[in-house]
Design a protein around this ligand. Structure first.
Ligand code: B4P
Length: 190
């Protein structure tokens, strides 16, 4: 069973690459960003709480995100494997994920970390903001905040997965197809 953690800063290409990988490897796509945006659109209590953080470029609370993941894993016991896209984003989330996957005896196969220059990230997100309607993509200071929070809270996860020999660095610059090829080549050695 293939369980991939697709990792990287905002705008690194996680969602973009996940779309291709789920098709190729027949995996379930679990994007916490998408799940949270669905909750916001449906105006649920969880969505209203998450919106307060996301719109300003902060992470949603760990408890909210972990509960969401727990329910999905429970409902999809027959899955062929997962792409965790944008999750985990904190050490607490990574520990919770390991515990949950241990319960089902399906460990993370590898953490694929997309590396992209900060200026390029800002440009990609601002470009997406022109059409996505996402408030967090439209304001330069919010984008900068998201990158700062990534460096502070999410980047340390590299060490968490490195300690388990599951960390793989992928160059996220270049065309979407070039990045896809690097990912596929890395998945082949997992
Ligand atoms: P996410 O939805 O995870 O989104 P993201 O980090 O903004 O972008 P992603 O990485 O998927 O986008 P991509 O590069 O593919 O998170 C949004 C927010 O939700 C977070 O800030 C946080 O508040 C909250 N959240 C989500 N998960 C959470 C969690 N676990 N805990 C707490 N809070 C959580 O695409 C970006 C743009 O780049 C696109 O326009 C794309 O077309 C373009 N692009 C991609 N690859 C490219 C390439 N190679 N060349 C040129 N452009 C490229």
């Amino acid at each position: 069973m293939l369980n991939l953690v697709l990792f990287g800063p905002p705008g690194a290409g996680k969602g973009t690459q996940a779309d291709f990988l789920i098709e190729k490897y027949k995996l379930n796509h679990l994007s916490t960003g998408d799940l949270l945006r669905d909750q916001i659109a449906a105006e649920t209590e969880l969505g209203k709480e998450a919106k307060r953080y996301i719109d300003k470029g902060y992470l949603a609370p760990d408890s909210v995100v972990i509960e969401m993941i727990k329910n999905i894993l429970k409902e999809n016991k027959e899955a062929n494997g997962y792409i965790f896209d944008g999750f985990p984003r904190t050490v607490a989330q990574a520990k919770a994920l390991d515990e949950l996957l241990n319960e089902y005896n399906i460990p993370v196969s590898g953490m694929l970390c997309l590396r992209v220059d900060e200026e390029e990230l800002k440009q990609r997100l601002l470009n997406r903001g022109k059409t996505s309607g996402r408030p967090d993509d439209q304001d330069f200071s919010i984008i900068e905040n998201r990158i700062r929070i990534y460096n502070e809270k999410t980047e340390p996860l590299r060490d968490y997965y490195r300690a388990q020999n599951k960390y793989y660095k992928i160059d996220g610059a270049g065309s979407i197809e070039e990045v896809t090829k690097r990912l596929v080549d890395t998945i082949a050695i997992l």
